[in-house]
Design a protein around this ligand. Structure first.
Ligand SMILES: NC(=O)c1ccc[n+]([C@@H]2O[C@H](COP(=O)([O-])OP(=O)(O)OC[C@H]3O[C@@H](n4cnc5c(N)ncnc54)[C@H](O)[C@@H]3O)[C@@H](O)[C@H]2O)c1
Ligand SMILES: [Fe+2]
Length: 394
């Protein structure tokens, strides 16, 4: 399939790097609230289990809203509509997102003029109009959503303009939804349980990797952010491999900072095949974002290496070898082995994936995920290659 006009316009973007928000770091939520003078006209979207330990005792007057009120899991058309009803547009001037990627993606929409239809917004048939200040505070260390121009949601799938009856994940992309400010507060990650911690950190590593290998859009500056993020995350994974899950706890600042760096990298260079292929998996079987990426990552790297071992992936292998001390020729299996220690890999069928999905998902990727697939290290990334990945990960 030919490259769509949107992907083409991204390729022509001459900016070396995009870091739109001002970035702050605080040691706790109270210091942030004081600096930003949180008040009645602020809406804080978070989870109750983050509010209770970190915010309740501060007695702030802001409007605290809990994401779980709108339904479980990742943002969907229905969840966004419920959120719009629960938080009237006139009731706030500033939006504060305190949570994982899902909350940050929802808050990006709260900062924009309300569309007549969420579905039409995600299919780019309604414009994105940014109107209110958004402050993003990540409490996972994965998505980088705090610095990106993307808001991801599970939407009703379309093919040739008609609803297919299924669902898929789509990214709404616009520089107008990049948060205005980012506050890193590593303290907030202390309560993040190990599994979502690990899958979000692997997601950040995948952002850094896909950006590093992105053939058309990477720049020298985006590469610098990718490399730094990989160094920090792989050092953290080495510690977990040696000392177990609790080794993350005195390294949370590095994880949350590295995930921001990886976000900066992929905002410029783009995510690619791993994300494109994981979207139908996440959309259909509600596999958490980091886990669905992880399920495909190792296999896609192996295929990249098989098809073109001496291109940019050679520099990637050299980088992994330098950071971890393994041999260059073993870099990909070594990396996959290290990740296995952080989070054991599951085959796709354990998430509910069925044999007939191999073809169906490959078609959905071809039809809906061109903005990601065009950044593949192997171009063109064909439907046959997608089928092969799904089959070999089955
Ligand atoms: N906009 C982007 O650039 C971008 C990029 C990648 C992914 N995403 C989206 O982000 C979402 C995934 O984000 P995520 O991996 O951060 O997962 P998440 O937001 O779903 O959070 C993971 C889980 O951890 C819990 N949690 C988060 N912080 C916690 C804390 N401090 N203490 C206790 N529990 C905590 C959440 O409630 C949730 O159950 C997906 O919806 C994905 O599509 C967006
Ligand atoms: Fe991601």
């Amino acid at each position: 399939m030919a490259m769509d006009a949107f992907s083409k316009s991204l390729m022509q973007d001459k900016r070396e790097i995009v870091i739109a928000p001002t970035i702050y770091k605080f040691s706790n939520f109270g210091d942030f609230a004081e600096e930003f003078k949180l008040g009645e006209r602020d809406v804080v979207l978070t989870n109750e289990f983050i509010y209770k330990p970190f915010m309740e005792e501060l007695g702030l007057k802001s409007q605290f809203v809990f994401q779980e009120k709108f339904g479980a899991g990742e943002p969907s058309e229905a969840m966004i509509e419920t959120m719009y009803e629960a938080i009237p547009y006139e009731s706030y001037d500033r939006v504060i997102a305190v949570g994982g990627g899902a909350i940050m993606d929802l808050c990006k929409l709260l900062g924009c003029k309300r569309p007549a239809s969420v579905h039409e917004l995600y299919f780019k048939r309604e414009p994105v109009v940014h109107e209110k200040e958004v402050i993003a505070i990540p409490t996972t260390c994965g998505t980088g959503s705090e610095v990106t121009n993307i808001s991801v949601a599970i939407v009703k799938d379309e093919k040739d303009g008609k609803l297919t009856g299924g669902e898929t994940k789509l990214g709404l992309v616009s520089d107008d939804i990049i948060p205005n400010k980012v506050c890193l507060i590593p303290d907030l990650l202390k309560t993040l349980p190990y599994r979502p911690f690990a899958s979000s950190a692997i997601d950040a590593l995948i952002h850094a990797t896909e950006s590093f290998l992105s053939p058309h859009r990477k720049t020298t500056t985006s590469e610098m952010f990718s490399v730094k993020a990989m160094e920090m995350i792989l050092e953290g994974f080495r510690r977990i491999g040696e000392n177990g899950p609790d080794a993350r706890l005195d390294y949370l600042d590095e994880y949350v900072t590295a995930s921001l760096y990886a976000g900066v990298a992929f905002l410029k260079a783009g995510c690619a095949t791993v994300h494109g292929m994981s979207f139908p998996l996440g959309g259909t079987y509600h596999v958490p974002h980091g886990e669905s990426n992880y399920a495909l990552f190792g296999k896609i790297l192996e295929i990249y290496d098989e098809k073109n071992p001496d291109g940019e992936i050679m520099r990637f292998k050299e980088l992994i070898a330098r950071i971890t001390g393994c041999e260059v020729k073993d870099a990909i299996p070594y990396l996959n082995g290290l990740l296995e220690k952080v989070l054991p890999l599951k085959p796709l069928h354990e998430y509910g994936f069925k044999e007939e999905d191999i073809k169906g998902f490959a078609e959905s990727v071809e039809a809906n995920q061109q903005r990601l697939i065009t950044n593949s290290y192997i171009t063109p990334w064909t439907k046959d290659l997608s089928e092969r990945v799904y089959r070999e990960c089955f």
